[in-house]
Design a protein around this ligand. Sequence first.
Ligand code: HH2
Length: 263
Amino acid sequence: MQPKIMGVVNVTPDSFSDGGLYLDAEAAIAHGKELVRDGADILDVGGESTRPGAEEVSAEEERGRVEPVVAGLAGTATVSIDTSKASVAEAALDAGATIVNDVTALRGDPKIAALCAERGAGLVLMHMQGDPRTMQVDPIYEDAVDDVRAFLAERLEAAVAAGVEEERIWLDPGIGFGKTVDHNLELLRRLGELRELGRPLVVGTSRKSFIGKIDGSPVGERIGGSIASSVIALAEGADILRVHDVAEAVQAAKLATAILADG
Ligand code: HH2
């Protein structure tokens, strides 16, 4: 499948790379529309940061942030809602979102499964070790790729058992969520092993700190590293790239796809 580009629309004061820039609904909508002009297939709207150490936000606050933005963008692209709360997901689906992106893979609020089943919504299940407050303290795996694959297989089974159609589920290794730099690099290098799960793979490396830990770059100067890691992920079989810098990712994905097509 031609890779899809999922552009990030953060309606938060504290996201790690663009916190506070689009907290106002109008600004977030304008930003989302710009990402669509840049070539985004999907807009991932989020109202709660999941960066390491982030504070939790109440459902009411989160819903208030994302609802108008989803409504403002639903006509322009496929919209996913980045949330772990069923009540926020429900409000976003009511406002026009069609995919729920749950970084807890139904462990935060299992009601998300029934909601997606009932609405026929798509569901992204992501791997995370621990929770955002503690996940980077001391992540340990026997074998990062095997452990992530086993987790995603189990969560996929749980979602299907709860009534979500398997065809609507995407899986994500959760780059940066409870992983050291080496864990992230190994997951990207061996991403192809997750293809055995038989579902499309979402990969989000955009501007993440493992890039800065390798070359010392601050968060605003990680496009090169974001592109390099995204292209490696594509070569290993990623289907959807979750990115902040959409225009650059679209061009990289086109080139990578053209090169790989003949291989
Ligand atoms: N990464 C972030 C948030 N949501 N969802 C999926 N499926 N995969 C990811 O890799 C992923 C995600 C973190 O990035 P960002 O939204 O820019 O930061 P923050 O959580 O600080 O808002």
